[in-house]
Design a protein around this ligand. Structure first.
Ligand code: SER
Length: 642
């Protein structure tokens, strides 16, 4: 059975049970500011689960396009994809457990003929903390269904301790595994959020194995149980009994008992084929052939990982662009960019050096346009958007490789003994981060290039920087600026970066002894006080302006790093430092990699918590509007960006 057939069968079956079939919503939710993407079928249903009347009644079903951005880096194994279709059915205060469980069983066992012996089930163990009881009703319903097929189905009370025990089919898990809400576990749910216990269905792809994970996999030898996520038992569907809502004081029952079922279509298709690799289902056949034609490599051995990344990412990009999300730097658009770049980077490992995404995307449009007609309607626009992004990245890809070569030629200055040591060279965290920030190099690409030279990458430092950057961008967008900034807008951020440039330029023009005494920023100007004993000449002011403007034009990246205080001093970091800093300090580099101030390409390095612009190029033109005395030995500059 093909994916199309199984999708149709599910919707047909739901119709027989009086469900109204609705079309898939777009991947970008309408009127839902809480999330960037539609990541589950229930998202568009929330108002109805909470009690609003659905115009089509109390039984609804669909196949919903979903995108889970958090899974980008999981892609590459046999079952994770960022994009997938979720088969869904809902009872909005209509039937409950005793109907839903047999309904699902019938569909899976009778309609699409999965072998019941392969099935395992998980149910909610209950939570005394929040006063929600164990879901024994579901467990009993399942046990009877297995019994009717002549299958012994004992109940495992402690699967995370006991693993798989002969004869057991149904397992109780706690709220981490068997409670579902958009926010996850009950403790994370905001007031007003609906949720409830769930019962999940797992398909065993390796029933001949008595217990334990699949041999010769990264997991073999690990402790295995049904919900351990080792890849042997794959969750193919989840029935949520959504009857609770979070309140100020705990949990209350909603006014109605709902069912929210979601099942991964691709995984269900994989189960019908008894092949745990979801990338072997029919929808990937044509795209796979295209990749094979372009690369000359088959979907085997060392190439499987790259194939999967390309197959997943370009399918997701096709659907996202189809739903109107173009590649870019912000929000949803950034994910499309990342998907395309990762696909291009992994294609490189298959030996594909020229634009290729267009052909794979065209294959997906061919596969899916019967079901998703918008893909065909927008075919040209989708192909061109993805191809353009690929060309753009291929350009920076080349520059990034040049930058990498440049890094590879620099001496390795050992910060501990202050000596040059070119053996055991390493790519510093901030260099890898700069390659990511300025050239769009995913860390895997940097690692791959480093490996070719027998070097290591400071992965830990890189991860810290990446995390901090993500946090500081979030902080910046939430408007909670630290570092004495008066406002929360874009202009203040620009002036903050300009302040670093001014500081460094003053040191160049007036001498290293220029010391910052204070700084104040509004959205209209920056103000910078520094210790200096005389008025600046017009010539000096002009020089400072020129130096700042020259470095704005260079479009230098701003890179944050957290390092030990001594190391920061050794690298020549400037700024207001003293005992108020702890052992570890946050610094900002302006310019490409280099580990000391004064190194080629590193314009400034300063103690600072941010926020800053990503690249100096956005600052415009810098002009000193005033230079005056504030007190004896302290001068004040006011400057604007125009
Ligand atoms: N909301 C549940 C899930 O996403 C079932 O649809 O798994």
């Amino acid at each position: 059975m093909t994916t199309n057939e199984i999708r149709s069968k599910f919707l047909e079956f739901a119709r027989k049970y009086e469900h109204e079939i609705i079309a898939s919503s777009a991947l970008v939710p309408e009127n839902d500011p809480t999330t960037l993407f539609t990541g589950s079928g229930m998202q568009p249903m929330v108002p109805y689960l909470l009690g609003q009347k659905h115009p089509l009644g109390t039984r609804i079903a669909d196949s919903q396009k979903c995108f889970r951005s958090q899974d980008i880096e999981e892609v590459g194994d046999n079952r994770h994809t960022t994009f997938f279709e979720m088969l869904g059915n809902w009872s909005l205060g209509d039937f409950f457990k005793e109907t839903q469980i047999p309904f699902m069983w019938k569909f899976l066992i009778e309609e699409i003929k999965l072998d019941p012996k392969h099935f395992y089930i998980s149910c909610f163990a209950g939570s005394p903390d929040i006063g929600i009881p164990k879901d024994t009703e579901s467990a009993e319903l399942w046990r009877n269904l297995f019994a009717a097929k002549g299958i012994q189905a004992d109940i495992g009370e402690n699967p995370e301790q006991d693993g798989l025990v002969a004869g057991q089919k149904i397992f109780y898990y706690g709220e981490k595994k068997n409670w579902w809400s958009r926010a996850g576990v009950p403790q994370n749910m905001p007031v007003g959020e609906p949720g409830g216990p769930d019962t999940e269905m797992f398909y065993d792809f390796y029933p001949h194995l008595d217990r334990g994970c699949i041999p010769n996999t990264p997991w073999s030898g690990e402790f295995c149980h049904v919900n351990c996520d080792c890849g042997r038992f794959i969750e193919i569907g989840n029935n949520v009994f959504m009857e609770y809502v979070r309140t100020e004081s705990g949990f209350e029952k909603l006014t109605q008992q709902n069912v929210d079922f979601g099942g991964g279509l691709e995984r269900i298709v994989a189960a019908t084929r008894n092949d745990a690799d979801v990338f072997n289902i029919d929808v990937f056949d044509i795209p796979k052939q295209t990749i094979k034609k372009l690369s000359g490599k088959t979907y085997e051995g060392e190439h499987v990982y790259a194939y999967r990344v390309i197959l997943d990412h370009l399918r997701a990009a096709t659907f996202l662009v189809g739903d109107g999300v173009l590649p870019g730097n912000k929000d949803q658009m950034y994910f499309v960019r990342r998907l395309i770049r990762r696909a291009v980077r992994f294609a490189r490992t298959l030996g594909i050096q020229e634009n290729f995404t267009k052909e794979v995307v065209a294959s997906y449009i061919e596969v899916y346009s019967g079901e998703y007609t918008n893909l065909l309607e927008k075919k040209e626009a989708i192909l061109s958007a993805i191809d353009t992004e690929e060309s753009k990245f291929r350009k920076t890809l080349e520059n990034g490789i040049k930058e990498f070569e440049r890094i590879s030629k620099r001496d390795h200055f050992n910060i501990q003994n202050r000596q040059i040591n070119n053996e055991n060279k390493r790519i510093f965290g901030h260099e890898a981060f700069n390659l990511l920030q300025s050239y769009g190099f995913p860390i895997e690409l940097t690692q791959e290039l480093a490996k070719e030279k027998g070097w290591e990458v400071d992965l830990e430092d890189f991860e810290i920087l990446k995390k901090e950057h993500a946090e500081s961008s979030r902080t910046a967008s939430a408007g909670k600026f630290k570092g004495g900034l008066g406002g929360d807008g874009e202009m203040e951020t620009k002036y903050h970066t300009a302040t670093h440039m001014l500081h460094q330029a003053l040191k160049i023009v007036l001498g290293e002894n220029v010391q910052q005494k204070g700084s104040n920023i509004t959205s209209e100007r920056l103000r910078f006080d520094f210790a200096y004993d005389r008025k600046m000449t017009d010539e000096e002011k002009k020089q400072v302006e020129d130096i700042v403007n020259e470095h704005i034009k260079k479009d230098l990246p701003m890179v944050r790093e957290e390092i030990r205080y001594e190391e920061a001093v050794a690298r020549g970091a400037i700024g207001l430092f003293g005992d108020k800093y702890g052992d570890t300090v946050s610094i900002y580099y302006m310019g490409s990699s280099g580990n000391k101030r004064g190194d080629d390409g590193l314009f400034s390095i300063e103690f600072c918590g941010g926020p800053h612009v990503e690249h100096t190029g956005v600052l415009g033109t810098f002009r000193i509007s005033k230079e005056e005395a504030v007190s004896a030995g302290v001068r004040r500059i006011k400057a604007v960006l125009e």
